[in-house]
Design a binder for this molecule. Structure first.
Ligand SMILES: [Fe+2]
Ligand SMILES: [Fe+2]
Length: 186
């Protein structure tokens, strides 16, 4: 893959708030640490992490248009919270804008918020890095951090469980891919 971590970070920076950019840098550091621990390609991990929130602040109408028009995007996204759109839409925007051709990296960006069925090791690393980066502070994150030191799957399972419980307690919907991911790990 012919994009460096620095190039990826420089590309996303103007599209993010400062706090979100700082989160992105921490996710990249965390992803590299996890990649090294679990034998995942460390360059793929740092580039996927650098790019993962690229579409976070794109106008909702622009993202909606992508979901309606690109046949690769599942239409049921429109029935769920728009917070979930930036992963799948961002992956395809990056393919178009910077020629991000690596399907494994695009997949990791795609499912970083929701998880999905049959997650790859890279998918898991990015999902988990986004969840446990040192700036995160919510109930249960320390336990996930602890498990992430020894068991990638168990850590993902707990992060998904916490996410599902949180959404249910708030009375919010849960995107089906999150259940599929959770079921895979159990
Ligand atoms: Fe995100
Ligand atoms: Fe993120």
């Amino acid at each position: 893959m012919n994009i460096t971590r620095e190039e990826a970070l420089a590309y996303v920076k103007p599209h993010l708030k400062t706090s979100r950019y700082e989160h992105t840098v921490r996710v990249a550091d965390q992803a590299v640490e996890l990649a090294e621990r679990y034998g995942v390609n460390h360059h793929h991990a740092e580039v996927a992490a650098a790019l993962h929130d690229y579409a976070k602040y794109k106008p909702l109408e622009e993202m909606r248009r992508w979901i309606v028009q690109d046949r690769r995007l599942p239409k049921d996204l429109l029935d769920y919270h728009h917070e979930l759109w930036h992963g799948p839409v961002g992956a395809l925007m990056l393919e178009k804008e910077i020629g991000l051709s690596d399907a494994a990296v695009r997949s990791a960006i795609d499912c970083h918020t929701t998880g999905k069925k049959h997650m790859s090791q890279l998918d898991k690393v990015i999902f988990l890095a986004d969840y446990i980066e040192p700036g995160r502070d919510f109930p249960g994150v320390d336990e996930v951090r602890k498990i992430a030191k020894s068991d990638l799957d168990q850590a993902c399972a707990l992060a998904l469980k916490n996410t599902i419980i949180f959404l249910v307690q708030k009375g919010r919907t849960v995107y089906p891919n999150t259940f599929h991911a959770y079921n895979d790990f159990i």
